[in-house]
Ligand binder design. Structure first.
Ligand SMILES: C[S@@+](CC[C@H](N)C(=O)[O-])C[C@H]1O[C@@H](n2cnc3c(N)ncnc32)[C@H](O)[C@@H]1O
Length: 263
C-alpha cells in the first residue's frame, strides 16, 4: 500500500490499529506512520509479532471447534485486514460476515473477497451492537447456529464506552444457543511497559487498554463457557494448531474464552 495513493477518506498520517496489526503479522497493507508506531510498540514488546500470529491461531482453533458443534455462520467483529489465516479459510463452506469500523479494512476485504457468495464484509462498530447485529441478520439466518467473534478488539474500547455493557447488549442480540468467542489482552506480558504501549496507541486511531481477569470474567457473564474456560490464548485447545508463544508461563497476557448463550 505504501507505494500507492491512499483511498479517499483515509488519513495515512495517523497510525491505524488495523494497519499496525497487519504490520505485526508481516502484511504489506500499511503506511509509514503505521510502521513507525508499530516499531515503537515492537521495541517495548518484541514478542508482539508472535503474539499476533498466536491470536490468529487461537481464532482458527475456536472456529474449527465450533464447526464440529454444527455452527455454520460466523460473524467476525474487528476482523482486521484479511491477511493469512482468516476465518473464511478455516470454516469450509460456512458463511462468514466480517465487520470492522475501519474503511481501509472494508476496501481491502471487499477487493480480496469479491467473488465469494458465502462471505460478506460490512462496516460496523462494536460499540453499537444493536445496529451491528441488525445489519448482520440481513444476510445470516437467526434460526441457524451462529457464532460471534470479538477477538483482539475489545481492548480498543475505553472504560467510558462501557465494554461490559457492550458485551451484554451483544449477547442479548445473539440468537439463543449461539456462541461468543472473546479474547482480550491482559497486562502480564510486560507489565512495566504497559503504560508506554498504551501511550503509543493514544496517538493512533483507537486507544488500547489492557485489562485483568476480573474484567474479562464480567465480559463473559451469562454464557456457558466451553472447556477449558478462561485461559491464555495458547492454552485454549492447543493440540490442533500449536504455535510458539513467548509469553507462555508468565501469567495472564491474552485471555480468551468461548461461551454459549443458553437456549
Ligand atoms: C488487532 S486487530 C484484530 C484482528 C482480528 N480480529 C484478529 O484477531 O486477527 C483489531 C481490529 O479491530 C478493529 N476495531 C477497533 N475498534 C473497533 C470497533 N469499535 N468496532 C469494530 N472494529 C473495531 C480495528 O480496525 C482492527 O481491524
Amino acid at each position: 500500500m505504501s507505494q500507492h495513493r491512499p483511498p479517499a477518506g483515509i488519513n495515512p498520517a495517523i497510525p491505524n490499529v488495523a494497519r499496525m496489526y497487519d504490520y505485526y503479522l508481516g502484511g504489506k497493507d500499511n503506511f509509514e506512520a503505521d510502521r513507525e508506531a508499530a516499531e515503537r510498540v515492537l521495541a517495548l514488546v518484541p514478542e508482539i509479532r508472535e503474539g499476533a500470529v498466536a491470536t490468529r491461531a487461537f481464532l482458527r482453533r475456536a472456529v474449527r471447534e465450533l464447526r464440529k458443534l454444527g455452527v455454520d455462520q460466523f460473524v467476525d467483529i474487528g476482523s482486521g485486514l484479511p491477511t493469512a489465516g482468516h476465518v473464511h479459510e478455516a470454516v469450509g463452506d460456512a458463511k462468514v460476515v466480517y465487520v470492522d469500523n475501519d474503511p481501509v479494512v472494508l476496501t481491502h476485504s471487499r477487493a480480496l473477497l469479491r467473488d465469494s457468495d458465502r462471505v460478506w464484509v460490512q462496516l460496523g462498530d462494536l460499540r453499537k451492537p444493536e445496529e451491528l447485529m441488525e445489519q448482520v441478520l440481513e444476510v445470516l439466518d437467526p434460526g441457524r447456529p451462529m457464532a460471534v467473534l470479538v477477538v483482539s478488539v475489545l481492548h480498543f474500547v475505553t472504560d467510558e464506552e462501557d465494554p461490559e455493557g457492550i458485551m451484554r447488549r451483544l449477547r442479548d442480540r445473539l440468537p439463543a444457543g449461539g456462541y461468543l468467542v472473546l479474547s482480550h489482552v491482559a497486562p502480564d506480558a510486560r507489565p512495566s511497559v504497559a503504560p508506554d504501549v498504551e501511550a503509543v496507541y493514544q496517538r493512533a486511531s483507537s486507544p488500547f487498554i489492557a485489562r485483568r481477569r476480573p474484567a474479562f470474567e464480567r465480559f463473559t457473564a451469562g454464557l456457558e463457557l466451553l472447556e477449558p474456560g478462561i485461559v491464555n490464548i495458547m492454552e485454549w485447545r492447543p493440540e490442533e494448531d500449536p504455535v510458539h508463544v513467548p509469553y507462555r508461563g508468565i501469567g495472564d497476557y491474552h485471555l480468551c474464552a468461548v461461551g454459549r448463550k443458553p437456549a
